[in-house]
Every structure is written in structure tokens, then in C-alpha cells.
Write a protein that binds this ligand. Structure first.
Ligand code: HH2
Length: 258
């Protein structure tokens, strides 16, 4: 899954693709580099970020999604807002990626009314405060229980399990130790949803481990993506598609699906 943030302030690529033309060009570049899915976002949810009003988020992402609707790969919209979910699906998106796991009023219904896929992610707290000393007794168990609950809610709303992807939410209300425990324990999430997604690309945990700034975390991100795939991830959400694709090609040639 290749990430395009149509935002001025994303931690990873903020401002680079803030206009529709740049975002569309970047999305097409990621397809050329081997992305199987695109993730288009119009709201940064980096630690400390403030919510973006609906009209502004809509203005950022809808023209990009419309343009990409016939691009040949599925397009996901990264949003927490039910109204934008509906409009993005009508504009051609075929997946909803929600860091809030369809927790907003009307979000379950918005997805249930479509045949789109959905990614349910775990987030402790909200982006503004989530990194204020998060604590868990057993992070793998607690995150898994939360995701099981959200999958049950989605199924009860009429969203079949085969449409549901789950994601432990690396960096969302987690310390470095929590993130490493989740990555080591990723196998525990097998079968919670229809598929498992991991998003580690360029994140601060990689900076903590390597001492590298955000623009210099490609190698670290590739290692993290391989670790995630080895431990059961079916989808890796990345900014550096070419590097990740090459690494996965070699990895899978050697390891097969195991
Ligand atoms: N991470 C980010 C945003 N959305 N969605 C899922 N499912 N999983 C993730 O790990 C995830 C996500 C944060 O990364 P990015 O989009 O690059 O940054 P920002 O939130 O600053 O736009």
C-alpha cells in the first residue's frame, strides 16, 4: 500500500503533495514503483496534530480520488469522517482506512452500505494526546482484544469479515517498547480480520532505533516491512514503494509464502 498524504503537515511527506496535481503525480509514480493499493489521506494524524475540518479534508482528497478512480489499482481513503467515507466511495474509492476503526457515529453504516474493504486500526487516545505516556499491561493482548471488538461491531453492522483488514496501529499511543512487542507478536493478530496490515514506514520508532531523521529512514523502513511480513502482515503501508517492493521480491523468491 503506497501512501500519498495530500496535506501540508504530515510527519512523513507533509507539503510535498499538498496540491491535487502533485498528489496525483505521486500516486501514479507509486503505481509505477509497484504499489498494489493506494492510500490517500487529507488529515495528518501525527502525534500532537489537530483535527482538520470536514470541508478542508474533502477539498484535499476528493479530486485526487476522482482522478485515480480508473488508475488500475484499488484506492483507499484514510479518513475518520463518515460523510467523507461516503463521498470518497461514490468518487471511486474501494477501501476505507480508518485509524478510528469506524468509531465515529455513522461510520459503520457508511461502510456497511457499500461493498468496500475497510481497515480497522487501533489507536489509544487521540492524536493530540496519544503519546502522553501510554501504558498497557499486555500490549499485544489489549490491542488484539480491541480489534476483535471492532471486527465484531463491523460484522454486526453487516460488514463481512472478508472485507475487514486489521492493523495494530504502530506509533498510535505506543512507546518504542510497545511497538516492538507488537511487531514481534504480530502473529497473534492472525485471523482477527480477513487480513493484517502494518504501517511502520518512516515512523519515529525507526528514528529512535537508528538515530535517523524522517527523510533518512528508508532502509530502516524496509527492514521493518520485512519483519512485519515475516510475522504475518499481508499488507504493508509504505511511503518508499520501490525500495519495499524490491526487498519483498527478493524475500519472497527466497522464502516463498512462509
Ligand atoms: N499511519 C499513519 C496514517 N494512517 N493508517 C493505518 N491503517 N496504519 C498506520 O500505521 C497509519 C495510518 C501515519 O503515517 P502518515 O500518513 O505518513 O503520517 P500523517 O498521519 O502525519 O499524515
Amino acid at each position: 500500500m503506497g501512501v500519498v498524504n495530500v496535506t501540508p503537515d504530515s510527519f512523513s511527506d507533509g507539503g510535498l503533495f499538498a496540491g491535487p496535481a502533485q498528489a496525483i503525480a505521486q500516486a501514479r509514480r507509486l503505481i509505477d514503483e509497484g504499489a498494489d493499493i493506494l492510500d490517500i489521506g487529507g488529515e495528518s494524524t501525527r502525534p500532537g496534530s489537530a483535527p482538520v475540518p470536514f470541508a478542508e479534508e474533502r477539498r484535499r482528497v476528493l479530486p485526487v480520488i476522482e482522478n485515480l478512480s480508473a488508475c488500475g489499482v484499488p484506492v483507499a481513503v484514510d479518513t475518520r469522517k463518515p460523510q467523507l467515507m461516503r463521498e470518497a466511495l461514490a468518487a471511486g474509492a474501494s477501501m476505507i482506512n480508518d485509524i478510528n476503526a469506524l468509531g465515529a457515529a455513522g461510520a459503520l453504516e457508511a461502510v456497511a452500505a457499500s461493498d468496500a474493504a475497510v481497515c480497522l486500526m487501533h489507536l489509544r487516545g487521540d492524536p493530540r494526546t496519544m503519546q502522553d505516556a501510554p501504558t498497557y499491561d499486555d500490549v499485544v493482548r489489549e490491542v488484539r482484544d480491541y480489534l476483535r471488538g471492532r471486527v465484531a461491531a463491523a460484522e454486526a453492522a453487516g460488514i463481512a469479515r472478508g472485507r475487514i483488514v486489521v492493523d495494530p496501529g504502530f506509533g498510535f499511543g505506543k512507546t518504542l517498547e510497545h511497538n516492538l512487542a507488537l511487531l514481534r507478536g504480530l502473529h497473534a493478530f492472525a485471523g482477527v480480520g480477513g487480513a493484517l496490515l502494518a504501517g511502520l514506514s518512516r515512523k519515529s520508532m525507526l528514528g529512535r532505533l537508528t538515530g535517523r531523521e524522517v527523510g533518512e529512514r528508508v532502509y530502516a523502513g524496509v527492514a521493518a516491512a520485512l519483519a512485519a511480513v515475516k510475522n504475518g502482515a499481508h499488507i504493508v503501508r509504505v511511503h518508499d514503494v520501490a525500495a519495499t517492493r524490491d526487498a519483498l521480491t527478493v524475500w519472497q523468491a527466497v522464502m516463498g509464502d512462509g
